[in-house]
Ligand binder design. Structure first.
Ligand SMILES: Cc1cc2nc3c(=O)[nH]c(=O)nc-3n(C[C@H](O)[C@H](O)[C@H](O)COP(=O)(O)OP(=O)(O)OC[C@H]3O[C@@H](n4cnc5c(N)ncnc54)[C@H](O)[C@@H]3O)c2cc1C
Length: 355
């Protein structure tokens, strides 16, 4: 097996962790358009205009037999073992690791793609808000972890702006009672107005139209939900109804076992845990596992269990929610500055664990 050419597409938490480990034994080509690591779990800090630490991909790959091809993948020829790219000739592989992650889902809401900023373009609202002559209103759409972190961070960084969190369900509705109560308390303290059970039906230059009436906003940030990259389905990998590629217990595509799928792109079910949700917390362990298998450091199926969910609530507060192995809530939570430190330590650990 030594000396194979492995191609990893996507340099997020999953793809980079796989490439750096596989590169201990094989020649690896990593294909992704960015020069610096995206570090998406810090997007809310970027949106709030806080300085970020984004290492270059070249730095993360130092000392490993990994070549970074800085371009976009346009297609996969699974029968011919080739990846087509935007710039340059097709790249042949012996083994493919598919790690194209996910992106903002607009759900066909009229005007959303034109008038709202997705979380992955977080630097754009930062420029709009930072450059505004007068303070205005920013609406964050989505009551999940991403929306909550964005609303808290924006409210703390820009206290003269009005921040509104608009969600079709409940903000933090999946958390334990104590966890959700803490989130709502902190958002209120930061001046965030939370609009629950308000489904966004359209977005225009004046803000949001919702099932409960209009919400005026100068800037709209969309964090409602993510969808997997469509290339997996387009290339013919078997996908689940949500578009994620179905994998076996070793994270190999069930339709194309020569292809590993890791991160948000993968629909993986772990015995005793269930179907894993998309997230950095699941993406990186998948990348580490496949990288270690290819690097000859481990064998056997992918193992995983949930332990915690962590949310940052601005720079001074946070929530650590304890969960069971299957991600269901336990009542115990940690809040305030200690929770913020735990979250920060985990985010830093994620960076260290990329290689
Ligand atoms: C604001 C925010 C906060 C979050 N907070 C958390 C959190 O606290 N905890 C948590 O668990 N999760 C969190 N998430 C979710 C987490 O970021 C994702 O689940 C995670 O990034 C998935 O990792 P991945 O490696 O699968 O894909 P990604 O990180 O999405 O990386 C995908 C890679 O594919 C590349 N790519 C895309 N298209 C192409 C193409 N055509 N050709 C080549 N390369 C391509 C991208 O450039 C990138 O390198 C958060 C997300 C956001 C936006």
């Amino acid at each position: 097996m030594d000396g194979q050419h492995i191609v990893v597409v996507g340099a997020g938490y999953a793809g980079l962790a796989a490439a750096t480990r596989a590169g201990r034994r094989h020649r690896v080509t990593l294909i992704a358009p960015e020069s610096h690591f995206l570090h998406r779990v810090r997007s809310h800090e970027t949106a709030a205009g806080l300085p970020g630490r984004r290492p270059s991909i070249a730095h993360l790959l130092r000392g490993r037999a990994v070549t970074h091809l800085q371009t976009r993948v346009t297609g996969l020829d699974l029968a011919g073992g080739k990846v087509t790219v935007e710039e340059g000739p097709a790249v042949g592989y012996d083994t493919l690791v598919y790690a194209l992650g996910s992106r903002t889902a607009w759900h066909g809401v009229p005007g959303a793609a034109e008038h709202a900023y997705p979380a992955e373009r977080a630097d754009e609202p930062a420029r709009r808000i930072g450059g505004a002559v007068r303070p205005g209103t920013v609406a964050v759409v989505g009551g999940g972890a991403t929306g909550i972190e964005l609303a808290a961070e924006l409210a703390e960084a820009h206290p003269r702006w009005r921040v509104r969190l608009v969600t079709a369900g409940e903000a933090g509705g999946w958390l334990s009672e104590r966890g959700r109560a803490h989130v709502l308390r902190v958002l209120e303290r930061l001046g965030v107005r939370v609009e629950e059970h308000a489904e966004v039906t359209a977005v225009d230059a004046g803000g949001l139209h919702t099932s409960r009436g209009p919400v005026g906003a100068d800037v709209v940030v969309w964090a409602a939900s993510l969808e997997p990259h469509p290339l997996a389905a387009e290339a013919g990998l078997e996908v689940a109804p949500d578009g994620r590629a179905v994998v076996d217990g070793h994270l190999r595509s069930v339709s194309h076992p020569g292809v590993y799928v890791v991160g948000d792109a993968a629909a993986v079910t772990v015995p005793g845990v269930g179907r894993l949700r998309a997230g950095c917390a699941t993406a990186q362990p998948m990348g580490v596992h496949v990288g270690n298998v290819l690097g000859g450091r481990t064998a056997g199926p992918f193992r995983f269990r949930y332990v915690l969910q962590c949310l940052s609530l601005g720079r001074r507060d946070g929530l650590v929610q304890t969960v069971r192995a299957d991600d269901s809530m336990r009542p115990a939570v940690l809040t305030g500055a200690p929770a913020r430190w735990v979250k920060a330590a985990i985010v830093n650990g994620v960076l260290l664990n990329l290689r």
